[in-house]
Structures are given as C-alpha cells and as structure tokens.
Design a protein around this ligand. Structure first.
Ligand code: ZN
Length: 194
C-alpha cells in the first residue's frame, strides 16, 4: 500500500513555547491516516500521544490528543487493579462453585431444560437458537465452563452460590474499581491537549 503525504500542519504545543506537527497520509484508496509528532523538547518529556477510539456512534471514530505521562500511568494502574480484582473474584468463585455449577445443569433433563436454567427461561442471553448453535460446536460441559465467567458471576452466586456474601462484596469492589477506571479515563480525555 502506498501512503502519500497529503498535508502537514503545525500546532502550538501545551506549554506554548513550541509546537507539534500533524501529518496526514492518504493511500491509493483515499484512506487517511494521521501522524502526530511533538517538536517541543519540554512537552516531549511531559506528554505522550494518546489515540482514543469512540465506537459509540456506530462508525469507530479515532481522535488523538497529548496526555500527561502521569495521568496515563494512573489509568494503566487502575486498569491493572481492575484486571487483578476480576481475576481474584473469578478464582474464588471457581474454587467454590464450579463443580456445583456443572451439577446444576446435569440435573436438567434435556438441552432445552439446561438452556432454561442458564437463561431463567429465556430472560437472558443466549437465545435458544444461539445456545443450540454453540453446543452443537462444542461439548455442553465445555460450553458451561465457558459460561462460568466474570459477567455471569451474579447469576452463579444466585443459582448455586446461595447468595455468597463474600463474593457479592468482592463483586461490589470490582464495580467500584471499574467506576474509578471510567472516571480516570474520562479525565484523561478531558485533560488531553489537541
Ligand atoms: Zn511545549
């Protein structure tokens, strides 16, 4: 693929003493790509380029901005905390309820009855058609083990965990951390310079 420089514009940097260059490259199919380069040594030490993809509006929209290194580190730190907390709660749930979870479905008389248990009679995903499709491709037990995941933990706690308070508390903590992460990500974009 041939990328050709189509334009280069200079912009003022965050500290105001220098600038950064935005180059736009276009390929044979008229696809465009931006390249940002910081020219100010002071801002180069303080800022990193951050690309944000917003998929909310259907078409993924990418936007670039300069963000402070320490703000980005904070986001990464919280992200790691969330990942660790999620893993811990899944591990705890696995050690306590994985066997019970499988047994709960073994009691079901048919595949359809297993699906009804999994979805509370169709109140949740997957649809019956999707369930049949998944379990035609893989063993039912393997599928159910796959369903023993973080997103299904509230269901697992309710169905086979007897409302396990410790797990519920940990899930609440993950939720709080997740919220903290969303806030720090929003802050990162808000403070970003462009
Ligand atoms: Zn600067």
């Amino acid at each position: 693929m041939n990328w050709e420089l189509s334009s280069a514009t200079e912009h003022r940097c965050p500290c105001g003493q220098g600038g950064y260059t935005v180059r736009i490259f276009v390929d044979d199919w008229k696809r465009a790509e931006e390249q940002w380069e910081m020219n100010c040594p002071k801002c180069k030490r303080k800022y990193l380029l951050h690309s944000h993809t917003d998929a909310k509006s259907g078409m993924p929209l990418q936007s670039n901005r300069w963000v402070k290194r320490e703000t980005l580190s904070r986001v990464f730190r919280v992200e790691a905390q969330v990942a660790k907390a999620r893993m811990n709660v899944v591990n705890l749930a696995t050690s306590r309820y994985e066997t019970k979870w499988l047994a709960y479905f073994k009691e079901a008389k048919s595949k359809k009855a297993a699906w009804q248990r999994l979805t509370d009679g169709g109140r949740r995903f997957p649809s019956l058609a999707a369930f049949y499709c998944h379990t035609a491709k893989m063993d039912l037990e393997a599928y159910l083990l796959e369903q023993f995941n973080f997103d299904n933990l509230p269901i697992i706690v309710e169905k086979v965990g007897g409302g396990d308070r410790e797990l519920k508390k940990q899930l609440g903590e993950v939720k709080e951390l997740d919220l903290k992460l969303q806030i720090s990500k929003t802050q990162l974009l808000k403070d970003g310079f462009h």
